[in-house]
Design a protein around this ligand. Structure first.
Ligand code: NAI
Length: 283
């Protein structure tokens, strides 16, 4: 069955970006969040980004208006009834995601594909919360979603070929490049990226260099567009810590031990850009 209507669950940095690209690509989109304020903010961010794109002549006014007309919001997940696909982008926590997938399985139409944007959690375990494991898949977008071209498409143990094909096709419709990845902790992207970020935090923790200098080393020395500590702030330090814990638990290898400084910052509520303070300070 063709995918026409999509519910995006979670209206934070990732969910609002995913909802935007889906609406811009012609899908009917229902953006959902448990938190009414977060939902309002998410919708506002989408409108602001689209307006900025019109101002910079990247898109036409018509495209902005079309996307906004296809986009609705709801705090009630039961409104998933008419959707062909759901993409979950809520907090990186297995218990919270498990609960959402149980509800989605109950209320979503039988044919609907249930995707998750998890950065690191096992797709197979998320799928086991439902009675449709063959229709559960990882669709890991990169941040910021409207800009970044990659989507990791992660197959759980029981994900069917039909589900994989439908999601790979959808990624193409969203003008993204999909790579097929198997279900291992951190998949490919974060298995490679997060240990580098964690090592940068260790370097800071051990006094090897300052925040700015660590970032400069990687920008000017390795040609990275952004230093690892800036990137960590951008991703969210809570999300970084969660991913390191998933790698550490999943592989049982001490090389994935989260840096104590990362844990300290998260305990202090320093989540990075989204909370106003991380390795850098934001207004
Ligand atoms: P965020 O903290 O910006 O947004 C999460 C949103 O989910 C919040 O608005 C919250 O109110 C909402 N939420 C929490 N529980 C909910 C529930 N039960 N039902 C509906 N909404 C609920 O988080 P962010 O950064 O958008 O991350 C979301 C997911 O995307 C996580 O799984 C994360 O690992 C993944 N991800 C994050 C990336 C990043 O760079 N931040 C990159 C790729 C994936």
């Amino acid at each position: 069955m063709p995918i026409k209507k999509v519910m995006v669950i979670g209206a934070g940095q990732m969910g609002s970006g995913i909802a935007q690209v889906c609406a811009q690509s012609g899908y009917e989109v229902l953006l959902n969040d448990v938190n009414e304020d977060a939902l309002k903010k998410g919708m506002q961010h989408i409108e602001n980004r689209l307006t900025r794109s019109v101002d910079k002549e990247r898109i036409r006014e018509q495209e902005k208006n079309g996307a906004l007309a296809r986009l609705k919001s709801t705090t009630d997940m039961q409104n998933v009834k008419g959707c062909d696909m759901t993409i979950e982008a809520i907090v990186e926590n297995m218990d919270v995601k498990a609960n959402v997938f149980r509800q989605l399985d109950k209320y979503a139409p039988e044919h609907a594909i249930l995707a998750t944007n998890t950065s690191s959690l096992p797709i197979t375990e998320i799928a086991a919360m439902t009675n449709r494991a063959e229709q559960v898949i990882g669709m890991h977008f990169m941040n910021p979603v409207p800009v970044m071209k990659l989507v990791e498409v992660i197959r759980g143990l029981q994900t069917s070929d039909a589900t994989h094909e439908a999601v790979a096709d959808m990624a193409k419709n969203l003008s993204k490049t999909a790579v097929e990845v198997n279900d291992y902790p951190g998949f490919a992207a974060n298995r490679i990226l997060m240990p580098m970020i964690n090592e940068a935090i260790f370097a800071l923790h051990e006094g090897v260099a300052s925040v700015e200098d660590i970032d400069t080393v990687m920008k000017l020395g390795m040609n990275h567009p952004m230093g690892p500590l800036t990137l960590a702030d951008f991703i969210g330090l809570d999300t970084c810590l969660y991913i390191m814990e998933v790698l550490h638990d999943g592989f049982g290898d001490s090389k994935y031990r989260p840096c104590p400084l990362l844990r300290k910052y998260v305990n202090a509520g320093w989540y990075g850009k989204k909370s106003g303070r991380g390795f850098y300070q934001y207004n």
